[in-house]
Design a protein around this ligand. Structure first.
Ligand code: NCD
Length: 397
């Protein structure tokens, strides 16, 4: 797609782009992970918790569905997707939106030579929000500029939400990953009581342990260079103090940590350690973030050999050496890097992680349509029981 019309905007440093994706205090579009600050992440995680709790009951469900029944969503996913596509759809439906989709451009007018930019402009006539995934890194960003330019024509700016752009960014995956880690490091146990709780028990084993994402070690394994989920999540984790990040990837310019991401992380004070073996770090880390080797990009036959791939795979023996509370994450789809035998381990978070995508994305949609405050108020009024949250703390937005 020829996006040269937007060159002057695309070629700016990210810091000067951010106001274009903002609407006052709120997000207007979701294009880059760097749009989230800690306050917004905390807020969205709270809203995700409320939506999760509300959706457990029929009444809560009916309330959620009453929020946005007058809005329509377009899922424009021209690059393959299972979880991201389905969880955007499920989270939209949770809030009452109706959804339509285009997944195969050969079934749309793009087959007749229509530019995706014209397709996106058409969607803006029919829909109130566009979720999109594309192999082309800048398409979501340029679509957001297009929507801004069309504000007068459309009467309001239709939000563009990036569901994965090339090897560049996957901001909503990073959001759901943060939500998953936050829940994990709340250290809440099912049987917690006034006398005894999981966090205090863990602290007997790990005296320096703190709640939350700060003061932790994160280890990314696999296709670091082409993994957009890694890029986006690493940027968000860099918002938390005293964080160490290990990167374990095959030695190749395409697969290993890119110089650009390395310098962003170092600038933000992250302790960045590139190492070659999972074994050396497995007993020290708090989160192990596995990824698959993205072989579909190895068209020249220069992919890594099966023997070398073994070094980036997890085994039950390695898992046995992890800290008791540590978590194993994976954005999925997985290949051989996590054998099924590990799925039953309490540290395997990846299926919870995928499910959390539904609550986290619903929280983001609620924020984009200004109904997040209503979710919080309804939750506080009707459902604030149990001990999961600090119910005296009101949501900020
Ligand atoms: C990934 C993606 O498409 O970026 N999956 C996801 O969205 N959860 C990772 C991959 O394809 O390996």
């Amino acid at each position: 797609v020829d996006l040269s019309y937007f060159d002057s905007r695309v070629n700016r440093p990210i810091i000067s782009k951010l106001p274009d994706f903002q609407r006052g205090e709120r997000l207007q579009h979701v294009i880059f992970a760097d749009q989230f600050d800690r306050e917004l992440l905390d807020h969205l995680c709270d809203i995700a918790d409320y939506i999760h709790e509300l959706s457990r009951s029929k009444d809560g469900h009916i309330f959620l569905q009453s929020l946005l029944p007058h809005k329509r969503a377009m899922l424009y996913f021209t690059q393959v997707s299972t979880r991201t596509f389905l969880s955007f759809m499920a989270s939209s439906q949770l809030l009452g939106l109706t959804c339509n989709e285009i997944r195969d451009p050969s079934l749309s007018s793009e087959y007749k030579g229509e530019s995706p930019l014209d397709s996106i402009r058409m969607f803006s006539s029919y829909f109130n929000i566009i979720f999109m995934r594309s192999i082309q890194p800048d398409l979501a960003e340029c679509s957001a500029y297009l929507m801004n330019d069309l504000a007068d024509f459309n009467d309001y700016v239709i939000p563009i939400v990036n569901g994965g752009s090339g090897a560049d960014e996957h901001p909503t995956q990073a959001l759901l990953d943060i939500y998953t880690i936050k829940r994990t490091f709340d250290f809440i146990g099912k049987n917690d009581s006034e006398k005894k709780n999981r966090f205090d028990d863990l602290r007997k084993l790990y005296p320096g342990l703190t709640k939350g994402l700060s003061n932790k070690s994160y280890c990314f394994v696999g296709d670091i260079g082409r993994g957009r989920t890694v890029r986006s999540l690493a940027k968000l984790l860099s918002l938390y103090p005293n964080v160490t990040m290990y990167f374990i990837a095959p030695e190749s310019d395409r697969l290993s940590l890119s110089p650009s991401l390395r310098s962003i992380l170092l600038d933000r004070g992250v302790n960045v350690i590139e190492t070659s073996s999972i074994e050396d770090v497995i007993s020290d880390i708090d989160i192990l973030y596995m990824t698959r080797i993205q072989r579909e990009h190895d068209k020249d036959g220069k992919g890594i050999s099966p023997k070398e791939h073994q070094r980036y795979c997890l085994t039950p023996e390695l898992v046995a050496r992890m800290k008791a509370y540590a978590g194993i994450m994976h954005p999925f789809p997985r290949n051989e890097e996590i054998p099924f035998t590990i799925d039953a381990d309490s540290r395997a978070l990846y299926f919870h992680q995928a499910r959390n995508g539904m609550w986290a994305r619903a929280a983001l949609i609620a924020h984009l349509f200004d109904v997040d405050r209503r979710v919080a108020a309804h939750y506080m009024r009707n459902y604030a029981h149990g001990n999961r949250h600090d119910y005296n703390k009101t949501a900020t937005n």
